[in-house]
Design a protein around this ligand. Structure first.
Ligand code: AVJ
Length: 324
């Protein structure tokens, strides 16, 4: 076994995903090294994220959940929603709040969960079919960051949902491209429901990404294990430190992995990548918004804000968008 395979404990993948290889090669050759946050979410990463959502410092998930619980029972009948199309469905925990409101409103609806992970998606679909007899579940495997074609002939009005504040992971041009694709799929009676994390006291935001139990640090480092496993790289996660800070000019949290020393990492198909001590890889941005910044993204995508609903503390907001 070669030195790097011995260190990572796994054999290199014979067939690394060419797209992943290209994205990693491009990201690690930029002056500010960068990796796409979607590579956090292997099985372990998804577990760590679930753990993050239960941390006392991490307010977004529970705040959004409270908003959904109090609002969906009235919003869904008001919109007359017959189809729920969910972008990045994940474990569909939040979707249940909307699906239950659809069921209570008497519509035998359609649910189209969209996610990159086929196995996760099919598991979720099977469970939901059992929990909601009469609901038609049509899962769609797609990376929402590049394209998605919702199935034709869905009953309208449809509600396109993009929850969790995940829009914050996209640089504004990419966010606008994503919203434009949603807009292109929408009919005039359809609506878009999005969760956004709001601008607030810097200490509060920074604490959410620097939890005292170190779960976010483990989540951040997990991306290196994903690269080891998927690409046969030989990252030593212990040689990188978690760093998360608020960037006030761009209104975003940035998460980085900071190299603790000069080091070289081998990635088959890419070669040796050098890290100077103190040099970092940016692994995620999480943009924070206010009503004006959301209105701006929406307008650029051909959408308008119809309803803006923050929680009483103004930590997080749900927004309903309609086509212009
Ligand atoms: C799932 C993208 C909304 O940006 O807050 C949590 C991911 N990163 N802690 C976020 C995350 C670090 C999360 N999103």
């Amino acid at each position: 076994m070669t030195k790097w395979a011995a260190r990572s404990g796994v054999r290199p993948q014979r067939h690394p995903n060419p797209r992943m290889l290209a994205e990693v090669a491009a990201g690690l050759s930029a002056p500010q090294k960068e990796l796409p946050p979607k590579y956090f979410y292997d099985h372990r990463g998804s577990e760590l994220f679930e753990e993050i959502t239960r941390l006392p410092e991490y307010y977004p998930t529970r705040t959004e959940r409270t908003l959904l619980l109090s609002w969906m029972p009235s919003l869904i009948p008001q919109l007359g929603t017959r189809t729920l199309v969910e972008l990045g469905a994940g474990s569909a925990e939040k979707s249940r709040i909307i699906l239950s409101a659809m069921r209570a409103a008497g519509a035998s609806g359609v649910y189209v969960p969209i996610d990159v992970s086929a196995s996760f998606l099919n598991e979720t679909a099977t469970r939901l079919r059992r929990e909601y007899p009469g609901l038609v579940v049509q899962p769609l495997v797609a990376d929402i960051a590049d394209s998605f074609d919702p199935p034709r002939g869905l009953p309208h009005p449809a509600l396109y949902a993009f929850l969790g504040g995940t829009i914050g992971n996209f640089y504004p041009p990419a966010a606008i491209r994503l919203l434009s694709r949603v807009r292109a799929a929408m009919e005039p009676s359809d609506r878009f429901l999005m969760g956004v994390d709001l601008r607030k006291d810097v200490r509060r935001v920074e604490a959410a990404y620097n939890d005292s139990q170190g779960v976010t640090a483990a989540f951040n480092r997990n991306m290196l294990l994903v690269l080891n496993h998927e690409l046969g790289a030989n990252f030593d996660p212990a040689a990188f430190q978690h760093r998360a800070f608020y960037e006030p000019v761009t209104h975003r949290i940035e998460m980085h992995l900071v190299s603790a020393a000069d080091q070289e990492v081998r990635i088959p198909g890419i070669g040796l990548v050098f890290f100077a001590a103190g040099e970092s890889i940016r692994t995620e941005i999480s943009c924070k918004h206010d009503r004006a910044s959301v209105a701006e993204l929406f307008a650029a995508a051909g959408l308008r804000i119809e309803i803006w609903r923050p929680d009483p503390e103004c930590l997080f907001a749900l927004v309903v968008g309609a086509v212009i």
